[in-house]
Ligand binder design. Sequence first.
Ligand code: NOJ
Length: 650
Amino acid sequence: MFKWFGRSDKEKEVLSPNGNIKAIFILKSGRISYVVYKNDKIVIKQSSLGFNVCGEAALVNNFKLVRTQMKRHSETVELQWGEDHFIDNTYTEATFYLTEDKLPKRIMTFRIRVFNNAVAFRYEIPPQPKFQRISIKDELTEFKVDVNSTVWKIPAYQPDRYEYNYERSSVYDLKQSVHTPLTIRTPNGCYMAIHEAALYDYGSMTIKLDANNSLATDITPLSDGTKAHVDLPFQTPWRLIMLADSAIELTANRTMYALNDPPIKDFSWVHTLKFIGIWWAMYVGEWTWAPGDRHGATTEHAKQYIDAAVRLGISGLLIEGWNEGWEGDWLENGVNNKFTIATSDFDLEDVASYARRNHIEIVGHHETVGFIDNYERQLEAAYNYYAANGIHYIKTGYAGSMMLINGRREYHHSQLGVRHYQKTVELAAKKHICLDIHEPIKGTGIERTWPNLLSREGARGQEYEGGALSPSHACFLPYTRLLAGGMDYTSGIFDLMNSVKRMATTLARQIAYFATIYSGMQMAADRPFMYEDRFPKVFNFIRDVPTNFERTIPLLGEIGEYYIVARKDRESEDWYVGGVTNESPRRAHISLDFLDEGPYKATVYSDSDDAHYRDNPFGVNIIEKTVSRNDSLDIYIAPGGGFAIELKRM
Ligand code: NOJ
């Protein structure tokens, strides 16, 4: 029921199916706004909605409500791959059909869904007589949280895109825009993450504190100063507010996927993948991307790595630096990259057929350096070339601070950037190719619709080790970046003391990542000899851990401090547990009550008592024991350490 105030002012409550979350839509003096409560505590204070439109009056005043529709929806959604096989999509939806009561009498729909653990809303602008296309000057959506809240942020509009260390700060530190997911703890103990779902053909949302001390939407601009040019009908991505009572509960929120559409066609050809790569040898300076004496991507090296993959029981091999374009300063020269021409010491057809004979999937590579015009000219031919050679996976890269699109410098996360990434996903789908996008657009759950988008980077990964990563980084990720979906963190570096890339982790932690950081394409990033010759027993965990899970249960954790998660394999009755800590050691008491009936053989890989990421990173204990769901395990995690447990149903 509406509450009426005067002639046209209204308030409408929308309650989550379990009644714990309440959103109120308000229409007052022609302006629309909303409020959100969780367990009767206010979490989003009255916040404005609307748009500034180029060349027209703002779409913000003079609204009148024409009609409202309410519905309940309850559904279990099946995901083709991921951290959970099934997710809940139960919500109460209210749709408010609005019109301006003054000229030009434009119409707009505001749709809001209230879940048991989230609120999401979007604007829909139908076609209308006066205009078929609009240019958005600003989206005016606010998220007015208590200014005494704590936030965890990375800055937006910086040269390294999303690749920054997460910082815990106050709302007042948000005067510069930050990326989403933006994780927030309110003084009344509510954890939330502001994010978006289903981002298509629109600038990505960043968040900024405005002059009224409200968190406000700052849509990534285009080089012409507008935020987006859109054809009608148009709908914004969902503005998503995930809500939880604890940090660890927040990490289980899958509403982002619920808000995306089911796949539009058959993607049964898509399979998650674990792979090694001609890659880390370049980072530690043994090999080079560019041709020359130490060229990594030669036919010979590729065949050796294929043989190693077979011996290691890993199904894929990434090959970087096989194509023309890496000579000299590849960042500067990337404008000339050729995606169908191999260097003279690399024979793609030969390598691909050798891989096929050995049942190894090649992960091809396209480093665009953000030169989108150059890449798009070759896109169809480049994907055809891989497809013709039976290559079903491509890692793409967009290094560089800006993209070059239509001859202009644009942000990766602008509307034109978003459009480009989508073009690659759709073309790849046509060619039965899966993507792992580095320097990507952030995840907004579109992989539910496009399951061939198996992974992305989009945060600092292990290539930043060697000084720029602290042990707390991977303890921030589950509560921030990973709320936006899986990440290719390039885990599994065992050469911890390498003088070029000294890792701020213990050895056990390197395998813990395979459980704590989910990725549909999971890289075992070190060189094969580190696995075969140096630490074969520790490597067994990497070999055995799945890349597709039936169920994920976050167990324990605090933002930036530690994170412990249990995941059940989708193909068997086995469980895998991983945990990481920051610089502080801790003892984790893990109850195994998440297990099903029956004894399990547990293999526990943990830091030794004297392990330390700084001076004794290799100290690892491996023990085996029989356990059941009535048992618990006490595990020591060293400073910068971690642990991994395999639980095999006996
Ligand atoms: C940055 C990517 O994140 C990294 O994985 C890749 O090796 C380089 N670009 C070169 O393409």
